[in-house]
Design a protein around this ligand. Sequence first.
Ligand SMILES: *[C@@H]1O[C@H](CO)[C@@H](O)[C@H](O)[C@H]1NC(C)=O
Ligand SMILES: *[C@@H]1O[C@H](CO)[C@@H](O)[C@H](O)[C@H]1NC(C)=O
Ligand SMILES: CC(=O)N[C@H]1CO[C@H](CO)[C@@H](O)[C@@H]1O
Length: 730
Amino acid sequence: MGDSDGGLLNSPLLENLGSDDYLSVWKSYGAYGILGAVIISILIPILLSAMFMGKTKEKQRGVPVEVGGEAGYAVRNAQVTDLVEVPWQGATTMAALFEQSCKKNSQNRYLGTRKLISKEFITASDGRKFEKVHLGDYEWQTYGDVFGRVCNFASGLVRLGHNLDSRAAIFSETRAEWFMALQGCFRQSITVVTIYASLGEDALIHSLNEAQVSTLICDSKQLKKLDAISPSLKSIQNVIYFEDDGTENDTVSGSTSKWTIASFSEVEKLGSKSPVPPSFPSKNGIAVVMYTSGSTGLPKGVMITHGNIVATVAGVMKIIPDLSSNDVYLAYLPLAHVFELAAESFVLAIGCRLGYGSALTLTDNGSKIKKGTKGDASALEPTLMTAVPAILDRIRDGVLKEVEKHGGLVKQLFDIAYKRRLAAVEGSWFGAWGLEKNFWDIMVFQKVRALLGGHIRFVLCGGAPLSADSQRFINVCMGAPIGQAYGLTETFAGGAFSDADDLTVGRVGPPLPCCYIKLVSWEEGGYRTTDKPMPRGEIVVGGFSVTAGYFNNQEKTNESYKVDDRGMRWFYTGDIGQFHPDGCLEIIDRKKDIVKLQHGEYISLGKVEAALAASSYVENVMVYADPFNNYCVALVVPSHQVLEKWAQEAGISYKDFSELCDKVEAVSEVQQSLTKVGKAAKLDKFEIPAKIRLLPEPWTPESGLVTAALKIKREQLKAMFKDELQKLYA
Ligand SMILES: *[C@@H]1O[C@H](CO)[C@@H](O)[C@H](O)[C@H]1NC(C)=O
Ligand SMILES: *[C@@H]1O[C@H](CO)[C@@H](O)[C@H](O)[C@H]1NC(C)=O
Ligand SMILES: CC(=O)N[C@H]1CO[C@H](CO)[C@@H](O)[C@@H]1O
């Protein structure tokens, strides 16, 4: 969220989840299931409603608090009176946290990786080639093992000739060596620059040069890319690459020969032969400069201190209860994104196991998994995982599609089961509890749970707002609570976090115990802390997780960060929120997406787009409002399937999809549908697009029109379709 949404996903991730044949087992359900279901669904609730009376009282999760700085409505977590700063005494930096946790848990298993057993290429009917892998079981290193290797790597860096006053960068997919390299650098007080693997070449060159990186640590498969751009890289002296089993030994040649190149294990060996004493960082030292894509222009580097990281870890530890070294976390999101880095830091503090996987190998049906072999989730059987909404949406859609495909009894059974569990989740005593819950779990939901290994007990969701539908679906089908997190790179993911026992939808919980959240009135936008029934305003985060600012950009830092009279640092997020009476935050808007029309009405583009997306014709939509007019317009990418189906039924003939999009009848049909869903969502008249344009080409991350997390990039779209927008106002 916020300005610096890195986009959590590479697009292939979206292809592979929720694929076809998840639930073919369901065919086997017979009529006895339905009969049992009907009996139970009538009897149990009657018994239960007689046994229990009344509902649990609403719990106070956040409470108003007096703070310094700009006037506003501030809230703190109800569980703590003072902000927490460290997970335990002495763990004031990531280097200290790592050493202490490794010593405490030294015999416990820590990092797990799957060995490649075989690899093959499959040619699809359209000639495209797909890589398929067969991966083995997880192989584990203990906390003690990992600690030893990190110490060696830290020494090796020095022996290799890394200048301790310069920075190192990590540019790689998520894997065990990523986290070990990070910790190795921390042990020598080296600041690590992280760069999103999906950022383009220009962004990579910009980040490495701006931060004057002297040692680059990367996947072996990046070596070729580096070779190509080496003339533009001004400061690199050393390159350390992670070996891959199964890939050819990548050789580096040509211009890169001016660099010292070594593999990760060579650096470890250097260090083990001649150890160097550690040089520990301080709490205010910069641990990471995290480059994020931002919605416009070049990437910005956010300076994250050691104190920021341990504060967020401490905050999360206070509110996720009952975790222990028996838990297992599945890591597969990019570590260059703040949510994954925060989650893995948290796992380290808990002392539990962490198995690495990847988006394409996550489930048995993952697109890179060889048929008949196990995906990461079934090999690992994780109890914890992080997800972004797009992934949970995919899982839901995949399951629902499968149910729909089978139809008949399977669908009826699923529908009954879902309704019964949903009623229970929503707090009605007429829902399915106790025995009946077990019945539905065995009959229906176990199959859905098996997708993610069958043992999930907590899903942490962040990166973008999660739809109510998907949240409910995971609550019901996975039987696991979702902790929704709200945070930004600038607040090291620390912000708000919903409690595990809070089953309401659409909110992100109270502030984490490591920070305060304040709403500040935004008069121009019409959001005030005096609004009824809830105070509303721009979300401002203050406390220990608020980062040190933007690298090499004091001006932008001054714009978004403020230090108050009591010395507390506040970050202005640009998001608009409201506080519910129980102290939970709801994100309702973005400052940037609000336009004031000619007659003074405000139009929230994001809100309108979300409402219009309900039309089945809409695959993607951008609403545009020109402040010198009093109406808005929209660019719509229609769904091929739905629009073509309509054209066929309406007897419209056309050469290709592009021609269909230009037909007056098609435009009018889609516009009517938009008006209908807009009215249903209670939009005002000026909020419903007065004119629209249908665009045949989908918007993809590759075209740069949407982020990797599939959020539209307004500025790019506006530039690309300038003429079309002008015509709509002509
Ligand atoms: C890759 O390099 C290693 C060590 O240098 C060597 O043992 C191995 O045979 C090489 N593999 C290939 C495929 O050349
Ligand atoms: C940022 O703010 C500080 C302190 O208020 C000030 O000294 C500095 O000149 C400002 N820098 C820029 C570039 O605006
Ligand atoms: C399309 C596909 O690969 N479907 C498989 C998904 O996984 C189940 C069980 O693991 C298989 O039975 C399907 O064939």
